[in-house]
Design a protein around this ligand. Structure first.
Ligand code: COS
Length: 386
């Protein structure tokens, strides 16, 4: 929905206040307890954050991509674990349903997704299918009016809280690669579906990833999203959008870290003056600002083009590659500007340094983004559209 500028600004302001007043003060506690407090989750529900990408008719805010990215810039300005609570409902967990679901499927699940009462996860990755997602082995074999699922999904964000999974599985075991894959909604309480214990991770404590295991789990055929054999395309379309969203979250973190760097550099004195007056500190902060601004401009342009109906595969991968790599450099410089304090937990900078590392891995590694960019350029050249 194209938002009236005033309503949009009010929403952004509300999210900014929520981040500053509720999330920032709870960052250390969330990292320590590995859990986002229920009061904060409830506030996210009240703000409608779980439903920002769900159509209004199913109870969501139906933000356009540009506004979603503006919200993500704000949500990014605190520990990424907070965003992750609603992240899969906003993005990869729900968007297959939003983009390709039948009316019946949308009516059944999207209102719960929008309110946050139903958590949706995206289950593509497997122990032996990470970057090579089309190599997935989880089987879904037709048996009457059901499909029988067997296999394991790995590193599935929010799996321990999920009520529904968007699962990509091989419905045609004789067809290797992308063509044999279909997408489904699988409900958590289906007999034969179990979830592993959360993995111990490098960062983003408070956000969880787990295995999801299918053992003869019978899923109604009516839960298929899109057509049989088109599940890989469903997943890739979902990821095109997800990659823009993650770029905006990473850029939000970069903005926060620039603020932290400037504030610290203005206070901290060495060689008789604030370190902000030392040119080598200035260079690190200036590079961070220039790269973050470039990422912001890329994200806004790609988001507007997606809103205008353009295919943004090339732009989403370019944006994710640049914005998440830039965020990694900004986090590294933040540690450097803080010096010894950057390495000490009390200042929170080392936590961000660890938290942002995943941005360059999930929803497609930087190397996968490079491959997609090169392929899209080659395709454009072949069709005379370069
Ligand atoms: N939108 C719609 N369809 C797409 C698409 C997109 N963005 N990208 C690919 N497809 C389609 C292709 O058009 C092709 O269909 P046709 O054969 O009908 O033309 C099909 O999907 C297979 O695509 P492709 O041949 O490019 O598949 P590959 O196995 O060679 O590789 C990559 C695809 C590497 C790009 C993919 O596996 C990928 O993105 N990997 C990373 C996975 C990932 O991000 N994992 C994170 C999990 S979520 S945290």
């Amino acid at each position: 929905m194209a938002f009236d500028a005033e309503i949009r600004d009010a929403l952004i302001e509300q999210v900014r206040r929520f981040v500053n007043e509720k999330c920032v003060p709870a960052e250390a506690e969330v990292a320590e307890n590995d859990e986002v407090p229920q009061s904060i989750v409830d506030e996210m529900k009240n703000l409608g954050l779980f439903g920002i990408a769900v159509p209004e008719e199913y109870g969501g805010l139906q933000l356009d991509m540009e506004t979603e990215c503006l919200v993500a810039f704000e949500l990014g300005q605190t520990s990424p674990a907070f965003r992750s609570v609603a992240g899969t409902n906003i993005g990869i967990g729900s968007q297959a349903l939003v983009l390709f679901g039948t009316e019946e499927q949308k009516t059944k699940w999207l209102p719960g997704v929008a309110s946050g009462d139903l958590i949706a996860s995206f289950a593509l990755t497997e122990p032996e299918a990470g970057s090579d997602a089309a190599g997935l082995k989880t089987k879904a074999i037709r048996d009457g009016d059901h499909y029988v699922f067997n296999g394991t999904k790995r590193y599935i964000t929010n799996a321990n809280k999920a009520d529904i999974f968007t699962v990509m599985a091989r419905t045609d075991p004789d067809t290797p690669g992308a063509k044999g894959v279909s997408a489904f909604v699988v409900e958590r309480d289906t007999p034969g579906v179990s979830v592993g214990v959360p993995e111990k991770k490098m960062g983003q404590q408070g956000a969880h990833i787990c295995d999801v295991i299918f053992e003869d789990a019978r899923v109604p055929a009516s839960n298929m999203i899109g057509k049989e054999g088109e599940g890989f395309k469903v997943a890739m379309s979902v990821l095109d959008k997800g990659r823009l969203h993650i770029s905006a979250v990473a850029t939000g973190v970069s903005k926060r870290l620039i603020r932290e760097m400037v504030n610290y550099a203005m206070e901290r004195k060495q060689f008789g003056k604030p370190i902000m007056e030392h040119q080598m500190i200035q260079a690190m902060i200036a590079d961070s600002q220039a790269e973050t601004y470039a990422a912001e401009c890329m994200i806004m342009d790609a988001a507007r083009r997606r809103d205008a109906g353009e295919d943004v595969t090339l732009l989403a991968s370019s944006t994710k590659l640049f914005a998440t790599e830039a965020c990694g450099r900004v986090a590294d410089r933040a540690v450097q500007v803080f010096g010894g304090a950057g390495y000490v937990a009390d200042y929170g900078i080392e936590r961000f340094y660890r938290d942002v590392r995943i941005f360059r891995l999930y929803e497609g590694t930087s190397q996968i983004q490079q491959i997609i960019i090169a392929r899209e350029l080659a395709r454009a050249a072949k069709t005379g559209k370069l």
